[in-house]
Design a protein around this ligand. Structure first.
Ligand code: URA
Length: 196
């Protein structure tokens, strides 16, 4: 299959994918990381959030979205009527880029099969792509996130909503309104009402 040890045409489990990742040395991010940040949440989640890559707090704890951007994401998830235990959260790259620089193309390429395998394992009803790296990587579309956000896309038969990254929203408060519009479309898919 796309991943060694994962059989072609069979749906892998998250545990199998994590084992296959092992103590990963497939790209140069392995030299600076403290922990691989695989993903967290419900393995039966119907809603998955995909971010960019671990920051400092995530690298230390080995858990995605536990720093300031994570606090905002947790609030966004709650405002949608879910908890972090209902959903699954992961990233395009699973190791922290030095100084939180952007992930580089070779790093994304090395990690992408694992992200795709995770989504195959999860088979969610919807994916929220947080920021340009998640949206552009999954959709193989270089359109800027400002243009892509707010419109449903399709990823391997799954509805995908591109929106702004919470770290961007922390720096650009006025854009929260647009992100909330995007998330309300996701809520509608799940039959959730805003403010209830
Ligand atoms: N930003 C991300 O994209 N992912 C994390 O896990 C934390 C911050």
């Amino acid at each position: 299959g796309a991943l060694p040890g994962v059989v072609e045409g069979e749906r892998p489990t998250l545990d199998q994918i994590r084992r296959e990742l092992g103590d990963c040395r497939r790209c140069k991010l392995c030299t600076g990381r403290k922990n691989i940040v695989f993903g967290s949440g419900n393995p039966r989640a119907e809603l998955v959030f995909v971010g960019e890559g671990p920051g400092e707090n995530e690298d230390i704890q080995g858990v995605p979205f536990v720093g300031p951007a994570g606090d905002l994401l947790t609030k966004m998830i709650a405002a949608m009527g879910f908890s972090r235990n209902d959903v699954y959260i992961c990233n395009v790259v699973k190791c922290r880029p030095p100084g939180n620089r952007n992930p580089e193309p070779d790093e994304i390429a090395a990690c992408e099969p694992f992200l795709r395998a995770q989504l195959l394992a999860l088979q969610p009803r919807a994916i929220v792509a947080l920021g340009k790296f998640a949206a552009q990587t999954l959709l193989r579309d270089t359109t800027p996130i400002t243009k892509m956000r707010g419109t449903w896309r399709e990823y391997e038969g799954v509805q995908l909503m591109p929106t702004f990254h919470p770290a961007y929203l922390l720096r650009n408060n006025a854009e929260k309104r647009k992100a909330w519009e995007d998330l309300q479309q996701v809520m509608k898919l799940f039959g959730k009402q805003p403010g209830s």
